[in-house]
Ligand binder design. Structure first.
Ligand SMILES: O=C(O)CCC(=O)C(=O)O
Ligand SMILES: [Fe+2]
Length: 306
């Protein structure tokens, strides 16, 4: 329980004074390619049925939800997340962000560049969390505790919009394809001279364990089709010519990372972003290593992509 105490003691969020008439509860679209802002909600409290249903619908419609000016301790953060599902547990043999030597991940993963933080200050290319596991998480909540003055912005990419904007022949070409997305945390253990490849060629020994998922995924709630592909993760189309496969993936990646598909979030301490990890990628920009950036993440369990 010491983490909870440390967390409360180190919290440096200033919550603006609430006026006599607090903002009404609403889920309003952002002026962006995706996303909605939630107002009039104190996420540290028990939610009402109306609020939970509106948030679930809002996530389905907008893919990411932004909550501002929040202040939560760990049990409150866990309670908020638990309205949407149970906590994601990776297979023990598939390392993910926050895994210890035994393959166990804490409920709340601290994404930070201080105190031996997990991710340093470098940029992160657009990715979907746990893409390389059999049942990737359905969504994650990231809660900002300390943020740098500049940089460290996080962007979310709409994979449904990216798929729908493809021309018909390309959609037909990719609709039935299967993709292996190799685990980047395993690649760190087995580095290659030229760095992590964007596409596995026959001369590279496949990293194990690996999982096959559809390249075009069907969203489990909305039924919408989406391009389920990370921007720089090592991948391979199953039973496909490697040269043609690498060229196809490069073309799809150039398409999906277009600015018309993403929203960039400039963090303030006290922000929470809840994203649909089944329908989006996320990326972040680098920031000054001398500045502190501390966020807390809860990932929710998901299901096998189809
Ligand atoms: O640091 C960030 O903004 C995002 C980190 C990330 O990719 C994650 O928490 O899954
Ligand atoms: Fe991530």
């Amino acid at each position: 329980m010491s983490t909870v105490q440390t967390f409360s003691a180190s919290l440096t969020i200033s919550v603006p004074h609430q006026g006599a008439t607090p903002a009404p509860f609403a889920v309003e679209p952002l002026d962006a390619a995706l996303g909605a802002q939630v107002t009039g909600l104190d996420a540290s409290r028990e939610l009402t049925a109306r609020q939970v249903l509106a948030l679930k619908q809002g996530l389905l419609d907008h893919r990411i939800l932004v909550f501002r000016h929040q202040r939560l301790n760990h049990p409150q953060f866990r309670r908020l997340a638990s309205y949407f599902g149970s906590i994601y547990t990776p297979p023990r043999n598939a390392p993910v962000l926050g895994s210890d030597a035994a393959g166990v991940v804490p409920d709340i993963v601290v994404v930070s560049n201080v105190d031996d933080g997990l991710l340093g200050n470098h940029d992160l290319p657009p990715h979907s969390d746990h893409h390389w596991t059999p049942e990737p998480s359905s969504g994650s909540l990231l809660y900002a505790v300390e943020v740098p003055e500049q940089g460290g912005d996080t962007s979310w990419y709409d994979l449904v919009a990216a798929y729908e904007a493809l021309d018909e022949p390309t959609r037909e070409q990719i609709d039935g394809l299967k993709l292996i997305t190799y685990n980047p945390f395993l690649r760190r253990r087995f580095p290659l001279k030229g760095g992590s490849p964007l596409y596995r060629t026959p001369d590279i020994t496949p990293l194990e364990p690996w999982t096959v998922h559809p390249l075009v995924r069907t969203h489990p709630q909305s039924g919408k089709r989406l391009l389920y592909l990370g921007a720089r993760t090592e991948v391979e189309i199953v039973d496909y010519d490697p040269v043609a496969g690498a060229a196809l993936i490069e073309k799809l990646r150039a398409h999906l990372t277009s600015p018309r598909f993403f929203y960039t979030h400039r963090w303030q301490a006290g922000d929470i972003v809840y994203w649909d990890n089944q329908a989006t990628l996320h990326a972040r920009t680098e920031f000054d290593p001398l500045q502190r950036r501390v966020l807390k993440r809860i990932s929710l369990s998901g299901s096998r992509p189809f």
